[in-house]
Design a protein. Structure first.
Length: 348
């Protein structure tokens, strides 16, 4: 009950954050660039601010629905939640979700999640293509200079976004041209065979608004690739890191995988050259060592196939993992009967 409203809410927030929001931010920054650096956020902010806000809003919606449908329901607590919430994340979203989960556990806050399904999650990137390695070696030394001039990676102005949108339509109308661009794009991203041309033809790539990536998100990914660790953003100095983390080095999230207290399902793509299976297995290895209830599966997919291709086998797999989560009402009944049984035993 209420599933449609929650789905609409999630899509609305996602679209606001990663589509319209990025260009509203860009427009405001062009006016107030020196006063308010809107683009200054890394994966840290996705994992410690954006995701907590979304999950808290979902919690408010579900709690309000349950109060209407079940007025006699007791007030839930952090440890006794009247609904189940599972997260399915892909790529950068997977890294942000893991960051949210681990930082919530460190701060002893409720993450409200019952299961985590991660499709080709980011975090570890040291085993990557020559193109990404070359980007790392060029990008990191120039980052302090580039940060002054490049707030984000996006298509500026309505004219250029309209031009890209027109090109995307032409790629679909002229298969030979589209095939050539697809081949070139695949080489740029290390040989990944995802449908890159199809992606830029999606509705949210239009002249009014279009997704963008913060400079500091790209910088954060390059840092993780260089360090060979899944860690939080390095602010560049021991004193700056000390102010944020209480230590001269950024928090190494991989060292805290033992805090994960819910089942995690990791999925890798055998044809994925953006985040290779070896890097997903790195997550799996550390989780296993930390005692996490974790599974690992591979499909014959490239990186974007997980979100844009809609394969039935992937949908079936995801549903099979979600069905392993016991419904909240059933669990509450079991716990209630157990408590009553224990009370009965103490009387005698």
């Amino acid at each position: 009950m209420g599933l449609l409203e929650v789905q609409l809410l999630q899509h609305m927030i996602k679209d606001m954050m990663f589509s319209l929001g990025t260009f509203v931010v860009w427009f405001l920054e062009s006016i107030l660039k020196r006063k308010f650096p809107h683009w200054r956020y890394s994966i840290n902010e996705h994992g410690t601010e954006d995701i907590p806000a979304m999950i808290e809003k979902i919690h408010q919606v579900k709690s309000a629905e349950l109060k209407i449908s079940q007025p006699d329901l007791e007030e839930d607590t952090n440890d006794d939640q009247h609904y189940k919430l599972c997260a399915i994340s892909h790529s950068l979203g997977g890294a942000a979700m893991l960051m949210y989960l681990i930082t919530s556990r460190i701060e002893e806050k409720s993450h409200r999640l019952s299961r985590l399904i991660l499709l080709s999650p980011a975090g570890f990137h040291h085993d990557s293509s020559l193109v990404f390695t070359a980007f790392e070696y060029m990008f990191l030394p120039l980052a302090p200079i580039l940060a002054c001039f490049v707030p984000a990676f996006y298509i500026p102005t309505r004219f250029f976004r309209m031009l890209l949108n027109k090109l995307a339509r032409d790629f679909h109308n002229y298969p030979a041209v589209g095939g050539l661009v697809q081949t070139l794009m695949s080489y740029v991203v290390g040989g990944d065979s995802s449908n890159w041309v199809g992606v830029i033809g999606l509705p949210h790539y239009n002249m009014n608004d279009m997704p963008g990536v913060s400079f500091y998100v790209a910088h954060h990914l390059a840092q993780m690739k260089r360090s060979k660790k899944f860690r939080m953003y390095d602010y560049g100095s021991a004193s700056a890191n000390m102010d944020v983390y209480g230590s001269p080095e950024p928090l190494d999230l991989g060292e805290y995988y033992g805090l994960i207290d819910i089942p995690v399902d990791l999925v890798a793509g055998k044809k994925d050259n953006v985040i290779r299976p070896s890097m997903v297995r790195k997550h799996y290895k550390l989780m296993k060592e930390g005692g996490v209830e974790v599974s690992y599966t591979e499909f014959e997919y490239a990186h974007l196939d997980f979100t844009f291709s809609h394969h039935e086998e992937l949908l079936a797999y995801v549903m099979s993992r979600l069905l392993l989560v016991e419904p909240a009402q059933k669990q509450l009944r079991n716990e209630k009967s157990l408590r009553l049984k224990r009370k009965g035993q103490t009387r005698f």
